[in-house]
Ligand binder design. Structure first.
Ligand code: C2E
Ligand code: CA
Ligand code: CA
Ligand code: CA
Length: 279
């Protein structure tokens, strides 16, 4: 038994070392990825439920590693946050997305909003608001075309502080979207204190909405409450017509999900807009 204990201790430490090494390697790789332009932005359309039209897109980062291939954000965003590499990376996504929206406007595509995900680390930077202002100025987009997505977990980290930042962003004319609603410590109570424009119902709720009566009641209550506060509701991760129809019957405003389209690289997104694809 004693031996076993020693062994498992040894395995444990080597496991830990491996994790640390992996993290260090990832950090290095992230630094190189910024320098070598290995990131891309994909766009996933958001569709209006009643008109079937694309009203906006969400910018989602992609990392094309030269040897490892596509690395999903779920694998590198947490490390980028821990190492603060999310600051330059997040700024890059923001600038890229704003330029893209401007370019689409110039090419004559119908007006759209672009949503960009923000990390709590970015918001905490003292120069965060100045950076946003300068990106808006530099790209020349209307602030109302930019939507910033913030998760409820981010907001709950420091409610007062984040709420102040959100209010400052709103004063600039930027739209605020509450991401992953229902996934974290959601409380309908603090919704009243937040001046958000959009609420995104997390995929977890959408997944079993057609089967689970309890979930249905919650989603219905959330949508009604949001509407009473003039908040637009977007359902995330809609994959089936059954889910679509159900959400429509609950008066959900917009959908985003594989049913309509996966996130697409720029060229394919443009193709889709040219086809004026309707749901
Ligand atoms: P999110 O903001 O909740 O984004 C939605 C995720 O769900 C995306 O995953 C999208 O591809 C996926 N998705 C959309 N529709 C469906 C569907 O119908 N079915 C399924 N199974 N999935 C669907 P993705 O692109 O892998 O991004 C994962 C997360 O990484 C995002 O979740 C967001 O939290 C984070 N992320 C992505 N890009 C950025 C970024 O530029 N900055 C920051 N800070 N985070 C980002
Ligand atoms: Ca999002
Ligand atoms: Ca989300
Ligand atoms: Ca989600």
């Amino acid at each position: 038994a004693k031996n076993n204990g020693k062994n498992s201790y040894r395995f444990y430490t080597s496991d830990l070392n491996e994790k640390m090494l992996e993290k260090l390697e990832m950090e290095n790789n992230l630094r190189h990825a910024v320098e070598r332009n290995e990131f891309m932005v994909y766009y996933q359309p958001k569709v209006h439920m009643h008109t079937g039209r694309i009203t906006g897109v969400e910018a989602l980062i992609r990392w094309k590693h030269p040897t490892k291939g596509m690395i999903p954000p779920s694998r590198f965003i947490p490390i980028a946050e821990e190492t603060k590499m999310i600051i330059p990376i997040g700024e890059w996504v923001l600038r890229n997305a704003c330029r893209q929206i401007k370019s689409w406007e110039e090419l004559g595509y119908p007006a759209m909003t672009v949503s960009v995900n923000l990390s709590v680390i970015q918001i905490q930077q003292p120069d965060f608001l100045e950076k946003i202002k300068s990106i808006l100025k530099e790209t020349g987009i209307k602030p109302s075309c930019l939507e910033l997505e913030i998760t409820e977990n981010t907001i709950m980290k420091d409610f007062e502080f984040t709420n102040n930042i959100l209010n400052a962003l709103k004063k600039l004319g930027i739209r605020i979207s509450l991401d992953d609603f229902g996934k974290g410590y959601s409380s309908l109570n603090y919704l009243k204190q937040l001046e958000i424009d959009v609420l995104k119902i997390d995929k977890a709720f959408v997944d079993d909405i057609t089967e689970n009566d309890h979930q249905q009641a919650i989603v219905k209550a959330v949508i009604d409450m949001a509407h009473s506060m003039n908040i637009t509701v977007v359902a995330e991760g809609v994959e089936t017509w059954e889910q679509f129809k159900f959400l429509k019957s609950l008066n959900c405003d917009k959908v985003q999900g594989y049913l309509f389209s996966k996130p697409l690289p720029v060229m394919e997104m443009e193709e889709m807009m040219r086809e004026k694809k309707k749901i």
